[in-house]
Design a protein around this ligand. Sequence first.
Ligand code: 0RA
Length: 681
Amino acid sequence: MAMDEEQIKQQEEESKKKADGTKSETAYDADNLTVLKGLEAVRMRPAMYIGSTGTRGLHHLFVEVVDNSIDEAMAGYCTQIDFTIHTDKSLSVRDDGRGIPVDINTETGLSGVEVAMTILHAGGKFGGGGYKVSGGLHGVGVSAVNALAEWCYVEVCRGGRCYRQRYERGVPVTPLEVVGKAKTTGTYTRWMADPEIFGEIDYHHDIFINRIRELAYLNKGIKITFNDENTGESQEFKYDTGIAAFVDHLNRNRTGLHKVVYFQRSREDTTVEIAMQYNDSFQDNILSFANNINTIEGGSHLSGFKTAMTRVINAYARKSGALKEKDSNLSGDDVREGLTAVISVKLLHPQFEGQTKTKLGNSDIEGIVNSVVGEGLSEFLEENPAVGKRIVDKSLTAARAREAARRASELVKRQNALENSSLPGKLADCTERDPTKCELYLVEGESAGGSAKQGRDRHYQAVLPLKGKILNVEKTRIDKVLENAEIRSLISALGTGISTPGLSTVEDDEESETGNGNGKDNGPRYDLSRLRYHRVIIMTDADVDGDHIRTLLLTFFFRYMRPLVEEGHVYIAQPPLFRIKVGKDQQYYAKDEPERDEVLKTLGNRKDVIVSRFKGLGEMNADQLHETTMDMTKRTMLQVTLEDAIEADDAFSMLMGEKVEPRRLFIEQNAKQFTGVDWHA
Ligand code: 0RA
């Protein structure tokens, strides 16, 4: 593979020519032009290539770079990847793979390195003939990163030499030069995101670490390190048990019913890896990946998995006598209740479909996964009858509860049909009929509800007081959730209905399911178009109980009205915590201690200042509540967005789930910082 001296010289000459801008009538220049055009296109419309020029796009550059190293790891040539945030805000990824080829590619007349760095979608073009299995969903590759970098350089060590080439905004500014001797092989890419494209460069550790952790889980045995030169922080991620460790991690705040089941099998060029564990909750949490990409829209691998689960558990339940001949089959939802699973397939030519290109389309994968899970799970159940019994028992209980839920849901539907326009008695509705202009305040307690009703703008603002603590939906099965009076008045006030995980029937369950496993697309559909208020504002006391009610409400929305959160309809009101009276007729409000101190500072040394702390919304009269919190022209609110469903699910289950210890620790450590749900003004 090492190239000869002749090649090196030739290639250096070519690169120099290019760096000099030397004009000649060669094909090389024509290619050069197309290259420039390609990268120019990326700079003209960055969002088309990397999704956005905001936080997401900025961090996505890392994904494009690291994916190449992961590809090299999947091909079996790379065992360690190091990611570093440097003090100058540049980032780098180093791997110990074979190194990007440096020899001249005959088609373009450029070195493999330069092809990779400057030609869009270069993929497997650079010598060596592509990878067997490759990730990289967007596939624009590292050239897009290069185009959007103020500067970028690549160092490649292979064949006993190290080479380096530098670029500025995608354009080579040096040839590919030999910079030294090499004992090892590998690729090092370092880049400075271009402020012209991204504005201020502000990195979030969490985003990098989450992806790194996920990649480490999905590629067992590979060591990936995270390093920040600014803080000296260094973390290492390496999981010898791969996705089995992933499932352990996902269930860390829940109580597992057995050890994680893991198997890996291949069919021709496709590898299927499955890890799963039941826990004592009622939700399922099934994550699916294809070539390391989180297929949040599901697809054929998920369908194959679900079909096999239902088939195998029913067969086992019948064989063991838990299901009698006259009994009907367990439904897919029954067998998935409380199941946490990670499905990872690696295949040759993944086809990504769906709105966000995160749905696996390859139809042959369904049968492959179905057959692999059929074999793997049947064998496991045969060898572990005690676990088998626990799983079947849990599914049977789920089936009974679901029957009850179906009846409860029917009841809700019938009542809705009957009542139709009749809204909950406690709701003080607004007069405006255009939902886009309407707001609903969800207020803790009757007395605050009273103040809010008086203090609102009744044209646009409706108020629904909620009594005490609403149900903890994380700990409660759907049938009980739907029986709860507070929940029911909330549902009917909003008008959308709910999406009830797992109320589908056995019949619609067996064929080709394409959900993401969270039940979002099962059962009655959530109809966001019927939403009666486009801003749903949670207004609770600024104390522990208030926090709790807010979390309960958010959990409910997250579980049963996820689109409401996803589409940005949920807000948190910001009632003040302090009132600062000055003299007889001057007063200020402050939402927290820093704001209070700010106000006090501006007041200097005045003696007639009285600071009081509101213990709850109920202490405010209607005027105060209006002025400080509800006045549509002056108030500030926090909008709740769902950045990352996986994390939010984690945070909710940790805060609301059964295990007390992690919850206490979490609250102590992160009192304010609520991962996964982004609060921003
Ligand atoms: C194509 C062929 C070969 C290596 C690579 C690509 C490669 C690319 C990247 C990008 C980042 N790290 C990488 N490591 C390897 C090898 C061809 C051969 O040696 O046969």
